[in-house]
Design a protein around this ligand. Structure first.
Ligand SMILES: [Zn+2]
Length: 282
């Protein structure tokens, strides 16, 4: 994805200093995280490893490398967020509506939101209660390590998916989901949650379509990266306002094929009205 030197969003709240960077500065795990981040961003990880080894300690030089790698990742996220703002503002305006920008919160370790307390293990999530997306940058390293999804556009897809939940919130889809809770069986509710997830994948595809059309951001292989991420990312466990956590065990996502399919449908059509995952049989 072409992103360097492009305009960043002003809606990023960096809370990483508050969470501390103990884990990433602590040696082995930290080095793996840095290597994965550098590799994700298209750099040469061996250089970083050499730097870390010659530094000889777990702190000091390690910490500055981590800071540098994370700083680039944070810039990337901010550029993607700006792209989502531009695309969704335009699409809302075409429909006579006003888009409210969400805030992207970068955290490390754990974070407090209007949806409660969350640890990094939760993965990226959107909280409708404060209209913020929460991302721990080290999640991306995990993504590469455990799930095999690679490339910068995979990360862009994840941000666009969370922004998709924000769009669902603005359009009232999330409220409708909330009102189902307790009125339908657990099975029915979970089935609707899957459709909500698939629609967020679709909306990420719609974003990619328009970002490409207006800004020509894609490079060869980017769509494959996004599709890889769509297939690989597990539950991001949307945290519904006032309901606290969704119980992970009772929560399922669509299949990889469904997730890819809806992302690609959004990407090909670019048309929000093609994304009715709720009445579709797929
Ligand atoms: Zn989601």
């Amino acid at each position: 994805m072409r992103w360097k030197g492009r305009q960043q969003s002003g809606n990023v709240e960096d809370r990483r200093a508050m969470g501390g960077r103990r884990m990433v500065a602590g040696g082995g795990v930290g080095i793996l995280v840095v290597v994965a981040i550098v590799w994700l961003m298209g750099g040469d990880p061996s250089q970083v490893v050499n730097t870390l080894q010659t530094a000889g300690g777990e702190y000091g030089a390690v910490d500055s490398s981590v800071i540098q790698a994370e700083a680039e990742l944070a810039q990337f996220a901010s550029v993607v967020l700006k792209d989502t703002e531009d695309v969704w503002r335009a699409l809302f305006s075409e429909s006579g509506m006003t888009y409210r920008d969400p805030t992207l919160v970068l955290f490390s370790g754990s974070v407090q939101s209007a949806c409660g307390f969350s640890s990094s293990a939760t993965g990226p999530f959107y909280c409708p209660g404060d209209e913020k997306l929460y991302i721990d940058l080290s999640f991306l390293a995990q993504l590469q390590q455990r799930l095999g999804a690679t490339g910068d556009f995979a990360m862009a897809y994840i941000i666009a998916h969370e922004v998709g939940h924000h769009v669902q919130n603005l359009l009232g889809t999330m409220n409708q989901m909330q009102s189902l809770r307790g009125r339908v069986s657990e099975t029915e509710y979970n089935a609707s949650m899957v459709r909500l997830e698939l629609q967020a994948d679709f909306l990420a595809g719609v974003w990619a379509h328009h970002a490409q059309r207006t800004k020509n951001i894609l490079e060869e292989g980017d769509v494959d990266e996004a599709v890889g991420a769509a297939a690989a990312v597990g539950d991001d466990r949307i945290q519904m306002e006032s309901q606290g956590y969704v119980v992970p065990d009772a929560f399922t996502h669509g299949t990889s094929e469904q997730r890819k399919g809806w992302f690609l449908k959004g990407f090909r059509t670019g048309a929000v009205n093609q994304g009715d995952t709720f009445s579709s049989s797929d």
